[in-house]
Design a protein around this ligand. Structure first.
Ligand SMILES: [Zn+2]
Length: 217
């Protein structure tokens, strides 16, 4: 069975057309999950392929957003500033390994931040934490979890979100605090998650387990 295919993308920022290696959905096998639901994969690791980066201007987003992003002139100016700075500091290579994926996710996080999308910024930092976890780089993993938590908090407090999104946000507010050793904060978010959502989603079910572990620890 083939694991990869190639997809053509047009950069919404600079118009360059390029091809990118993609993972076949059927080739992905989840072996286990960490406490924060990080999937541990067998063989192919989709984390290394999930960001689309323009090889020319470095504009980067998660795969589903890349060609859908709408850029007003104001947003374009903000993003250009971020990309210009990044192009001076780092060089993207056409390789699929952890270091390249950390670089792409970092650009992705800064692009979402410039676009004002705090949830996607938080998700990008969460994935950076997962990449550092796979590399065994604990300090950097911790830094990325702190960044992720900061943006999830800002998103929860200041952004519009719909009810369906809330369990996921509350779960990550709980579990990231728990993993960072902030038990009281973690308990507060888990309580809110369970009080508002019961067992209505996978996040509240897993959140209930984490809360139980937290109280027994
Ligand atoms: Zn581009």
């Amino acid at each position: 069975m083939k694991s990869f295919w190639e997809k053509e993308f047009t950069c919404p920022f600079c118009g360059v057309v390029f091809r990118k290696k993609m993972v076949f959905y059927d080739a992905v096998r989840v072996r286990s999950r960490d406490p924060d639901l990080k999937p541990n994969y067998e063989a192919v690791n989709p984390l290394l392929y999930s960001v689309v980066s323009c090889p020319s201007c470095y504009f980067s987003t998660l795969e589903d957003d890349f060609e859908k992003i709408k850029l007003s002139q104001e947003k374009r100016t903000k993003v250009e500033e971020v990309l210009k700075n990044l192009r001076e500091k780092l060089k993207l290579e056409e390789r699929e390994d952890h270091i390249e994926s950390v670089k792409r996710h970092t650009i992705c996080a800064l692009v979402y931040e410039a676009l004002g999308d705090k949830k996607k910024t938080a998700v990008s930092y969460l994935r950076i934490a997962w990449l550092f976890r796979e590399l065994g780089m604990r300090e950097r993993e911790r830094w990325a979890m702190e960044e992720s938590l900061r943006f999830f908090e800002e998103f929860y407090r200041y952004s519009y979100y719909d009810d369906k999104e809330e369990p996921m946000i509350l779960f990550y507010l709980g579990v990231l605090n728990q993993m960072l050793g902030k038990k009281k904060e973690a308990a507060k978010w888990y309580e809110l998650l369970i009080r508002k959502h019961g067992d209505s989603s996978i996040y509240s079910k897993v959140g209930r387990e984490r809360w139980q572990e937290l109280r027994e620890s």
